[in-house]
Design a protein around this ligand. Structure first.
Ligand SMILES: [Zn+2]
Length: 386
């Protein structure tokens, strides 16, 4: 199985001409539609990337999905040349992106500005070195704009086969962010450990509320035509800083949690069972009457968390399955559970009782038994007993 991971690296606007990248992106959009247009004033080497080797890219681009609209901004795919410490070389010698692992730099040839022999050199991110150590290779790169800022995207690729799981299971129940993510480690049908993890919600709420408050003030200034004054500009910078901090906190939290979960799964060679009921999370958030902006933010980061988790599980060859792990249905008798105080669920039919976030772990045991049964059955079938 080929697995991929991507990193985005911000490029300096001083060194990178945004208009030039915009033109390259427009040409890429056309290339996706099968049009070959050679702009006479653009470097041939770069345009060659679009028409010469484009077919190789098409199937392997991570977020280079076919653009939905005409003139939608499409990232520009580029070949790479990799030079390793033992001076072995991989890739295309004429590639505009050179990853030099001898001096740990990346060189971008004519990617940032339409000038002959224009080169931008950036330090090699630790991320790249780590992925290469894990057996990955950076075959592809892309440049493009995100919020009008130039970025370089590097995609690491690796061939990996998922391992044969041990008797451990790691169940991950993804609730809305407000109730966090519950995980449980299960061995032979016993819940060894379980935990419900939540980010520091008060801090996030505070940052959000403050940014909304300041945005309102800024709106007032704007209506009065005072948004370009020193005071207005200062306020705008403050809002942007707050938002950046808020996003960074959420991102950081999910990255760290994903990292911990993946390490846990690897340590026990566990099978990972994930329940990502985004719809249920959305409903739960609606019930909590959160401001809609914050609700959207939580949902967005919940989705990103799932994506990040799956990408990393695949990268390390951890087998995983998506299964429903309900927290409101009794795992013993299937009766609906009733929630009593402090998020405890009870079954009025059979007497089952557990904290709400622990119920999914019982379901995971059940799911795993079914999976095992099926696998045993298949093995039996293969041996010709049935
Ligand atoms: Zn029951």
């Amino acid at each position: 199985m080929i697995v991929r991971r991507t990193i985005l690296i911000k490029l300096s606007k001083d060194k990178c001409d945004v208009d030039y990248i915009l033109r390259l992106m427009a040409l890429t959009n056309l290339a996706y539609r099968g049009y070959e247009i050679w702009a006479p004033d653009l470097p041939k080497t770069i345009q060659h990337q679009l028409y010469g080797s484009f077919k190789n890219f098409k199937g392997s681009l991570v977020f280079g999905a076919v653009p939905k609209r005409w003139f939608a901004k499409t990232w520009v795919p580029l070949n790479t040349l990799r030079v390793y410490p033992d001076v072995s070389v991989k890739g295309d010698r004429g590639a505009p992106i050179v990853l030099d692992f001898r001096s740990n730099v990346i060189k971008l040839h004519q990617v940032c500005r339409n000038e002959p022999r224009y080169v931008v050199t950036i330090p090699m991110p630790k991320w790249v070195i780590d992925r290469v150590k894990e057996g990955g290779d950076i075959k592809f790169a892309m440049v493009g704009l995100k919020n009008n800022e130039p970025y370089l995207a590097l995609t690491a690729e690796r061939v990996v086969e998922p391992y044969q799981p041990s008797d451990y299971i790691l169940a991950v129940d993804i609730n809305s962010w407000s109730h966090g993510i519950a995980w449980g480690l299960i061995k032979n049908g016993n819940i060894i450990k379980w935990k419900s993890e939540t980010p520091n919600l008060r801090e996030i709420d505070n940052l959000y509320n403050l940014s909304v408050e300041l945005s309102r003030e800024y709106g007032k200034l704007k209506r009065l035509g005072l948004d370009k004054t020193v005071e207005g500009k200062r306020l705008w910078r403050k809002i942007k800083r707050l938002r950046r901090k808020l996003y960074a906190k959420l991102r950081d939290y999910s990255q760290k949690l994903v990292h911990r979960l993946v390490k846990k799964a690897l340590r026990h060679r566990a099978l990972v069972i994930i329940d990502d009921m985004i719809e249920e999370s959305r409903r739960e958030l609606l019930e909590m009457k959160l401001p809609s902006g914050l609700r959207k933010l939580y949902l967005m980061y919940t989705r990103r968390f799932v994506k990040l988790l799956v990408t990393q599980l695949e990268w390390y060859g951890v087998p995983y399955r998506f299964k429903r792990l309900p927290s409101t249905v009794c795992p013993i008798c299937g009766h609906e559970l009733t929630q009593v105080e402090s998020r405890v669920m009870i079954c009025e039919n059979c007497g089952f009782k557990a904290p709400r976030d622990k119920v999914p772990m019982y379901w995971a045991i059940k799911v795993a038994q079914n999976l095992n049964f099926r696998q045993g059955f298949l093995a039996y079938e293969r041996r010709g007993y049935i």
